[in-house]
Write a protein that binds this ligand. Sequence first.
Ligand SMILES: [Zn+2]
Length: 415
Amino acid sequence: MLAVLGCALQLAAATPPLVVRSGDRVVEVVTTAHPAGGLAVHGAQLAAALGGRLARTEDGRLRFEVAGTPLVALPGGHFVATPSDTFPLPAPPVDLAGQTWVPRALVADILPRAVTGVLYDEARGELRRFAPVALGRRGAPAAASVPTVAAATVAASTGTASARPAPAAATTPGARRRTVVVDAGHGGPDAGMTGPIGGARKVREKDITLAVSLALRAALEERGVAVVMTRTRDTLIALADRGRIANRAKADLFVSVHVNAANPNWRQPGTARGFETYFLAEAKTEDERRVEAMENEAIRFEAAVDSRRDDPLGFIIRDMAQNEHLRESARLAESIQGGLRDVHPGPDRGVKQAGFRVLVSAFMPAVLVELGFGTNADEVAWMTDPRSQRALAARLADAIVSYLAEYERRIGAGP
Ligand SMILES: [Zn+2]
């Protein structure tokens, strides 16, 4: 036993530890040289540092669970599977000196893609975990994870909140009046996307976003929330300035409203439908990168380009203050996505994450909503109908108010 322990320590001493940061807690996890080359990380220590678990399944496979996401090594150890994805492992997990070690790729490549709220900072060689956020699996309805939000949304929208939990934050006695920035995407020479595919009558994203944003302002003000608009007419506001407007207003939340466009290379792009809500983080999937690239395109309409445009996301991810907002942004996105689920005819495409420039410059919880696909004729008809726009705005406002109420409760109950 002593000999084994000595051996493990010897192995460990030769390689630098992996730093795992989880909120204010910083833990150093022992590493060793992987027999197949590269580094291996102490599995149980890594799991513990992330607040997760390392165990064996009944048939002896390695099971690593973080934030409710199980990752199971497949036989042979060359792949690791989550309930929704399978990732290749360049080197298998190994048992050395009675301990289980996982390849560094699991830390640097796979965990950040498989688990929401986990990021790997390559420059610092540091793994970051944000406090747990109850997110549904990507693309799947997440109703079960947000029962309080759903209840509050119903209560707020029916006006029968008396016996319900979660009174609206803005009307809670003693609560500060909250300010929300509503950002109508695009404007002026930047029309955003145009559609639908094959439609005779073309609509422009900038017109839909403005109409819905103005309706959202009215709905929020009815609910006692102060609103600052980035634009109220057809004009171009630089992406970075949209965030600055929000910072100057000392707003509590930033909500950017957009319309999605199908990738023309999809098999039947005109049929793509549905709504999705983004918060700021690194895009993890090809689809998230598509929307990120599309919304960041607006920067080419801006004469004066922000001089800090080199890797603004990396800058933000290293900033701990913004990390706090990232967690709140994820909660807000979940609330909004849940609210739209009740009113939207299209499928729920889930809460997603991407590096939107418009969100980078806002130092507060910030989300970007894709109301629907402007490339789809049915969704265009729905999004341009003033009745749907009012219904959309009401649900967005309910979701925002219930998020604020939940936030007040959490900070009220917290230390
Ligand atoms: Zn847009």
